[in-house]
Write a protein that binds this ligand. Structure first.
Ligand SMILES: [Zn+2]
Length: 289
């Protein structure tokens, strides 16, 4: 069975990216898994602290492990945006494949010190675990907003990326390259798209030479995503687009079955819509669209 590190190395070689999709319930997990299975591509399941609080840390680890084992399928689990070492250790002990240790809201030197400590501690629990660090401000929350979030800092520079990677020993870096979490209403309607600084991604890749993650991929221009992959992005996070599809699916299920009370009959509408989104995004990340 491939490890997540194998998958990322292969993705870099092949010029493709691995899709990272956040889940908060079984409908989302089923949908993402079905899309990846159909396309026969490795997939990364993400759970934020809030999503983990709802599903349960050990419970989501057991679900993902059961899919991996029953279907011999390269499905992996990431503890997305983990803000404390305690929560990161809990995920590592539960068998997560990777952890986004996010102290990017702290001053740079503090972020370096705490991330370095987290790398040592988490690898003492599981030497194979991958730790992702984050610098710069890409906003918070995979939500739909009226107005853009005001960000505290500008784009990540290649020099600070290099210093951060060398000082912390992280396996994966999440830079700020024009990406932000969440979507504007105008993006949901399709009128506007997020744009990325492709040249900056390429400069950061040259400087650090490790896998790069693009957070906040929802609502990003398709062409920018293709160019970002070519410039060195290896993992792309999609959350808000799935949440929108989930909600629309639940609403459609309730509308079509006004008297139905069985969740297993209502929720497949959500599974279908989420699966379509994951399928489209995975095809783009594979270079097929
Ligand atoms: Zn993120």
């Amino acid at each position: 069975m491939q490890t997540l590190l194998d998958v990322l190395s292969q993705a870099q070689k092949n010029g493709v990216a691995t899709g990272h999709f956040n889940v908060a319930d079984l409908a989302l997990l089923k949908a993402v898994f079905a899309a990846a299975q159909e396309l026969k591509v490795p997939v990364l399941i993400g759970v934020s602290e809030g999503e983990r609080d709802f599903i349960g840390v050990r419970q989501i680890a057991a679900l993902v492990r059961s899919l991996r084992e029953e279907f011999s399928f390269p499905i992996f689990l990431n503890a997305d945006h983990t803000h404390s070492l305690t929560k990161a250790m809990e995920a590592a002990k539960s068998g997560f494949d990777s952890i986004v240790f996010d102290r990017s809201s702290m001053p740079f030197e503090t972020n370096i010190r705490e991330t370095k400590e987290a790398v040592v501690t988490l690898k003492s629990i599981n030497p194979a675990i991958l730790v992702e660090g984050e610098i710069g401000d890409i906003g918070t929350g995979s939500e739909v907003r009226e107005q853009a979030q005001s960000l505290s800092s500008s784009l990540t520079t290649p020099a600070e990326a290099k210093q951060f990677v060398e000082a912390t020993g992280i396996d994966i870096l999440a830079p700020a390259v024009g990406n932000t979490h969440g979507m504007l209403k105008s993006m949901v309607q399709g009128g506007t798209k997020k744009r990325l600084d492709i040249a900056r991604i390429a400069q950061i890749k040259t400087a650090v030479q490790i896998p790069l993650t693009l957070h906040g991929g929802s609502g990003t221009d398709d062409k920018d995503l293709r160019q970002a992959i070519a410039a060195g992005i290896n993992i792309i996070h999609i959350n808000t687009e799935l949440r929108i599809a989930w909600r629309r699916g639940v609403e459609a299920g309730l509308r079509h079955l006004p008297d139905e009370v069985a969740p297993q009959k209502i929720l497949p509408f959500a599974v279908d819509l989420v699966k379509q989104v994951a399928h489209e995004r995975l095809r783009l990340f594979m270079g097929e669209t």
